[in-house]
Write a protein that binds this ligand. Structure first.
Ligand code: SF4
Length: 487
C-alpha cells in the first residue's frame, strides 16, 4: 500500500512541528507504516500549494519582495506525481498555541479541505486537530465541514509500543532537503496542571518516556546527520525520567550537536528540591541560547486561581532568579547559556485592567533586579473544545478586553522587551552560527537554530541558507539588527 503523509504542521503547548522544527506526528507515523511494510512518502502543505496554487513553479523573489513562506518548506517529492499514486493520504494538522512563524505558515482545515476535494484516495485526518485547531489567537476553534475525510484517527501509541516506530521514523530525513530541529518527546500529559485553556491534560494522563528511549532516538537522528535537537515535547522537562542522566548520555553519544535545547519548564519544579541540580546540568550539557519556557500566563493571582494555573507569581519570580544564577553567563555562540522565557496569555477568565498592571509590576521587578529574560511570548488565548475555558466563559473576556490588547502588548514591548534586549545583547556583541533565512525587501532576516531564536535583520540581500556571524548594531521591539562579522 502506498501511504502519503501531508504535514500541515503542528503547534501545541507541549510540542512544536512547524519548520524548521520537525514534529513527532509525521516521524512516528512514518516509522509505523514503514515497519508494517508500506511505501511512505512525506509531503508538506508547501508541496501541495506549489502544485495547486503555483503550477509547480517556484519563482525567485524580486528585490522589493518578501520571500514566499508558503513555499519555503518543500520536500524532495513532487505532490502532483506522488498523489496520483497514493492509496491513503494521512493529513497531519493542528495548531493549539498559535504563534508567528518566520519561514512557514501552517495549513488550516479551511485551506486544506478545498485543495484535497478532487483527490480520489482514502483520506485520514490526524494530529492535534482531532482536539480542535486554530491558527489565530483570540478565536474559537475552526468549525469546518470535515466530511471529506474518511476517517479521523488518533495514531498516538503508548511509549512501550512506540519506540521501534520512533527509531524507524528517522528515515523521513531522507525526504527533507533542508535542515530541521528534531523535536523529541520526553513525556505526555501534565503532572500538575489543569490550566483552563490547555488540551494537554485532555490528551493524555501524565506519563514519562524512558530516559534510554529518549537517548536512543536522539542517537539515531544524530547518526543520520541531524545536529539540531530540542527535548521539547513535554509539559515540564524537569520532571522527565532522570533528566540529568538523559543530558549526560546525549552529550556523551552526540558530541558534535550544534544545538541541544529544552522547552517547557514548570517554575515550581525549578524551586523544588533537586531543581538546582537539574538547572546546573542543563547549563553544562546543553548548548547556549537555551530557554526554560515558563508558562506563567499571568501575574494576577485572581486570574491564576480562576484558570487553575499552576504558578503563583512569587514562585515564578523565585524560579527566574535561580535560572539566572546559573545560566546568565554568555556561551560559545554569543548568547547567555540558559535563561527563563515567559508566556503571557490575554483573554483568560477574570482578566481585568488590573491584570495588566500586575503583569507590568512583575516584569518591572525583573528589570529592577537586573535579571535577564530571553523572551516574553504574548498571545491571545485560542478557545479549544472541551477545555475548562470553553465551558466556563469561552471568549467572554477576550471580547470584553479586546480593545485593550494592542495597548497592553505595546507597553510590554516598549517598556520591557526593548530594554531587556539591550541588556541581553549589548551593541557590539558577536553572535555566531546565525543562518540567513529570508528576505523582506532589501533586508535579510536571520536567526540561530534554537528554541525561540531571536530574529536578526541585516541590511542587504545576503545569499540564503548560509551560516554567518554577526555583530549587534541595534534593536527593534523584539528583534535586533546586525551586520555581518564573517562566516
Ligand atoms: S501546566 Fe497547564 S499549560 Fe502547561 S501542560 Fe500543564 S495544564 Fe497545560
Amino acid at each position: 500500500m502506498h501511504y502519503t503523509l501531508l504535514d500541515c504542521y503542528t503547534d501545541e503547548a507541549s510540542g512544536l512541528g512547524v519548520p524548521p522544527y520537525l514534529g513527532t506526528y509525521p516521524r512516528y507515523i512514518y516509522g509505523q507504516l514503514k515497519q508494517e511494510g508500506h511505501d511512505v512518502t512525506y509531503l508538506t502543505i508547501d508541496d501541495l500549494r506549489l502544485w495547486k496554487h503555483y503550477h509547480n513553479q517556484k519563482k525567485e523573489t524580486k528585490e522589493h519582495q518578501k520571500t514566499n513562506i508558503l513555499l519555503y518548506n518543500l520536500t524532495n517529492n513532487r505532490a502532483e506525481t506522488v498523489l496520483q499514486n497514493t492509496d491513503v493520504l494521512i493529513v497531519i494538522i493542528g495548531v493549539h498555541v498559535p504563534g508567528k512563524y518566520l519561514t512557514a505558515l501552517p495549513g488550516t482545515l479551511r485551506e486544506v479541505i478545498p485543495l484535497l476535494q478532487d483527490l480520489p484516495m482514502k483520506k485520514i485526518l490526524t494530529g492535534p486537530a482531532i482536539f480542535g485547531t486554530q491558527l489565530e489567537g483570540g478565536k474559537f476553534y475552526e468549525k469546518e465541514n470535515i466530511s471529506l475525510f474518511n476517517e479521523i484517527k488518533d495514531f498516538t501509541l503508548p511509549f512501550d509500543q512506540l519506540q521501534s516506530y520512533a527509531i524507524a521514523g528517522a528515515d523521513i530525513l531522507t525526504q527533507i532537503p533542508d535542515k530541521r530541529v528534531i523535536e523529541i518527546e520526553t513525556g505526555r500529559g501534565c503532572n500538575v496542571g489543569k490550566c483552563s485553556f490547555c488540551t494537554e491534560p485532555l490528551k493524555s494522563k501524565f506519563i514519562n518516556r524512558r530516559m534510554e528511549d529518549v537517548v536512543n532516538e536522539v542517537k539515531t537522528y544524530y547518526n543520520l546527520g541531524a545536529r539540531f535537537i530540542r527535548l521539547g515535547k513535554q509539559a515540564d522537562f524537569y520532571v522527565s525520567d532522570r533528566p540529568v542522566q538523559m543530558l549526560q548520555q546525549i552529550s556523551k553519544h552526540c558530541p558534535d550537536l550544534e544545538m541541544l535545547h529544552i522547552d517547557n519548564v514548570n517554575p515550581n519544579s525549578v524551586v523544588a528540591p533537586g531543581g538546582e541540580e537539574i538547572t546546573k546540568a542543563i547549563v553544562e550539557y546543553c548548548t547556549a541560547g537555551n530557554i526554560a519556557a515558563f508558562g506563567v500566563e499571568s501575574f494576577d493571582p485572581a486570574v491564576v486561581k480562576a484558570n487553575l494555573l499552576n504558578t503563583m507569581p512569587l514562585i515564578a519570580m523565585k524560579a527566574i532568579r535561580i535560572i539566572n544564577k546559573y545560566g546568565a553567563e554568555r556561551g560559545k555562540n554569543g548568547l547567555p547559556r540558559f535563561l527563563p522565557g515567559i508566556n503571557i496569555i490575554f483573554g483568560l477568565l477574570q482578566e481585568t485592567k488590573g491584570t495588566h498592571e500586575k503583569n507590568m509590576d512583575a516584569l518591572q521587578q525583573i528589570m529592577d533586579e537586573q535579571l535577564l529574560l530571553r523572551r516574553i511570548n504574548i498571545r491571545q488565548v485560542a478557545v479549544l473544545p472541551d477545555t475548562f475555558l470553553e465551558q466556563h466563559g469561552g471568549n467572554k473576556y477576550l471580547r470584553k478586553n479586546n480593545h485593550l490588547y494592542w495597548k497592553w502588548r505595546n507597553e510590554i514591548r516598549q517598556k520591557i522587551d526593548n530594554p531587556m534586549l539591550e541588556r541581553l545583547l549589548p551593541k557590539g556583541t558577536i553572535i555566531n552560527d546565525v543562518w540567513t533565512e529570508m528576505y523582506d525587501g532589501k533586508t535579510t532576516f536571520c536567526r540561530q537554530m534554537g528554541t525561540y531564536p531571536l530574529v536578526i535583520g541585516i541590511k542587504g540581500r545576503l545569499p540564503l541558507h548560509h551560516k554567518i556571524n554577526i555583530r549587534v548594531t541595534g534593536y527593534m521591539l523584539r528583534s535586533i539588527t546586525g551586520e555581518v562579522h564573517g562566516t
